[in-house]
Design a protein around this ligand. Structure first.
Ligand SMILES: [Zn+2]
Length: 567
């Protein structure tokens, strides 16, 4: 159906990036060595040097269509960036009332060159249809790679005191682009362009739906277990420090309120930082599950652990036995030390009695250049650290799970990254205010955007944050999100479950064929498939249907859809 021709090695990651975009798309594609279109390839994507009008005439089959995406070195008037220049957005494309940024130089089209399908923000043409060719004016593939590889972190040297790349250091921050999952928008643009080619040919498009049982979107829920005792030494010491600071800076009221809370914490018999059962009850009420990340540092201290993992053995087992995931919260010093991380995983596994798959680094210390391979080498299956400590946002431009590219070996790692998007503490620090519900509205807006693009959003609420005295409103915000997910047909689950699904969906291969009159569409499954899988059918007249994947014949509008297994 869709064939991709990578013209040369301009982009060493071309195959990786197309593979990733099509994996999110849920659409089969094949890489071909020749740009001459073969029968059955209804859509041919050419990536590299754009084809001339004569070439596209020559290479296309009588019914086929071409999508021509220029790799940026071939764009008109291009000078390649050199040195350590701070990267910037080249321009933006208007798409569904949003401005979608892209990187690298670009080409503008005038309306006389063809029918404009997408516009730049200045009103000139960004994607045009000329005959049976759809021509891009910008490099959507390299732009995806730019975001996915965290390229800006290689170009911007600033880090905070503990070595983190913060949201405010990102050139995308000032442009208000961090809260946009840009790669997920690229995927939607690609699908729309492919759908356009199909419609012009009067044929349908069939792709794998994102989430099980036709769920509209997904939310990954997680809790870092940093502290479990409210009266623990370092917590009390930190609170005393902040109270004194307020006192000496003349903020008397705030200091008194801190002092009262501190006194309550010290004198009370109740430990409001122990919330495991409350989280389970709360999530259970909304049919949700989550992941708890436990810390196994060597030393007790400010950056070290605040509890003895062995003393938590019972609750760790209870969580796991009831279907919650137990993951590793890599200690402060382990983000670039594979052996230490491996040891921490093994120690947690010894207590848990089963494999630990997921990981998030304490303090979100993470260097994409080192930490991915560290996690893989330490025997972990996925990481979910890639987010910001000071703001909500998409650090790699996507909310979907992906395999990071290993530059040294020239292929993707086996490890998955599920990017972290919202951390409770980051919202608090960004000064959005929890009291009047602004932060809650902000997160809900991001969840709404996720629902609209059928994507995934990953949330982190610390285990202790259900304590109303120290974290007023945080628990309510979380519950508000759970309510929204349930009432909007979303799926809230643990990282392990989400990744299990994503892999099963990715591994399911299929082909689809149809009769020209559209009496029949045949979906032939080439591999085993999860029974919760659905297919989306886009008909050439614009109608669409979601279809549960079960072998046999089903009637959809005036068409018989046959789902069969081909061995
Ligand atoms: Zn932590």
């Amino acid at each position: 159906m869709v064939a991709i021709h990578l013209q040369d090695s301009v982009q060493d990651q071309g195959e990786y990036l197309f593979g990733l975009l099509f994996s999110i798309l849920g659409l089969p594609c094949r890489f071909v060595a020749h740009r001459r279109q073969q029968q059955g390839q209804r859509v041919l994507i050419n990536y590299g040097k754009p084809l001339s009008a004569r070439e596209s005439e020559e290479y296309l089959t009588p019914e086929g269509w071409l999508i021509d995406i220029p790799s940026y070195p071939y764009l008109r008037g291009v000078r390649q960036r050199a040195g350590k220049e701070i990267p910037e957005v080249s321009s933006t494309v208007s798409y569904k009332e949003e401005n979608i940024p892209f990187y690298y130089p670009y080409q503008r089209f005038s309306p006389s060159e063809g029918r404009v399908l997408l516009y730049y923000e200045d009103g000139s043409g960004a994607v045009v249809e000329k005959g049976r060719t759809i021509q891009f004016g910008f490099d959507i593939v390299a732009s995806a790679g730019y975001l996915l590889n965290c390229t800006e972190e290689k170009l911007v040297e600033r880090r905070d005191k503990i070595g983190r790349f913060k949201a405010q250091f990102s050139p995308r921050w000032e442009m208000g682009l961090l809260s946009q999952a840009t790669i997920d928008r690229y995927v939607n643009i690609l699908r729309e362009i492919i759908t356009c080619c199909c419609r012009r040919q009067g044929i349908p498009l069939v792709y794998k739906w994102y989430w099980p049982c036709g769920k509209n979107f997904a939310v990954y829920l997680s809790h870092d277990v940093d502290r479990v005792y409210k009266r623990e030494f370092y917590t009390i010491a930190a609170k005393t420090f902040w109270m004194m600071k307020k006192l000496f800076s003349g903020r008397l009221r705030a200091a008194v309120s801190d002092a009262l809370r501190l006194a309550k914490a010290v004198l009370s018999r109740q430990n409001d930082y122990w919330n495991f059962e409350k989280w389970m009850d709360l999530e259970d009420r909304y049919g949700a599950k989550s992941t708890f990340f436990f810390l196994k540092g060597r030393k007790v201290g400010r950056y070290g652990r605040r509890y003895n993992l062995r003393k938590l053995a019972q609750v760790i087992k209870t969580l796991s036995q009831n279907g919650w995931e137990v993951g590793l919260h890599g200690s402060y010093y382990s983000y670039n030390r594979m052996d230490r991380l491996r040891k921490e995983r093994e120690e947690l596994e010894a207590i848990l009695g089963r494999k630990v798959r997921g990981h998030r680094q304490h303090y979100l210390r993470f260097d994409p250049e080192i930490s991915y391979s560290c996690c893989q080498g330490a025997g972990l299956e996925y990481d979910t650290t890639l987010g910001y400590s000071d703001r909500a946002g998409y650090r790699a431009g996507t909310g979907f799970p992906f395999r990071p590219f290993d530059g040294q070996r020239g292929r993707p790692l086996d490890l998955f990254e599920i990017p972290l998007v919202v951390m409770d503490g980051a919202l608090d620090r960004s000064g959005l205010g929890w009291k009047d519900g602004e932060a809650a509205n902000y997160v809900i807006k991001m969840v709404e955007q996720t629902a609209a693009s059928h994507s995934l959003i990953s949330l982190l609420w610390h285990q202790s944050s259900l304590d109303r005295d120290d974290f007023p409103g945080w628990g309510q915000t979380y519950e508000h999100i759970l309510k929204y997910v349930k009432s909007h047909n979303g799926w809230a689950s643990s990282g392990e479950e989400i990744l299990k699904w994503w892999r099963a969906r990715e591994q399911c291969q299929y082909e689809f064929n149809f009769s020209q009159q559209l009496n029949t569409i045949v979906i032939a499954l080439k591999t085993p498939y999860p029974k919760e899988l659905c297919f989306k059918i886009l008909f050439p007249d614009g109608q669409q249907r979601l279809l549960r994947c079960q072998e046999g014949e089903q009637r959809v509008r005036n068409t018989t859809v046959v789902v069969s297994r081909c061995e």
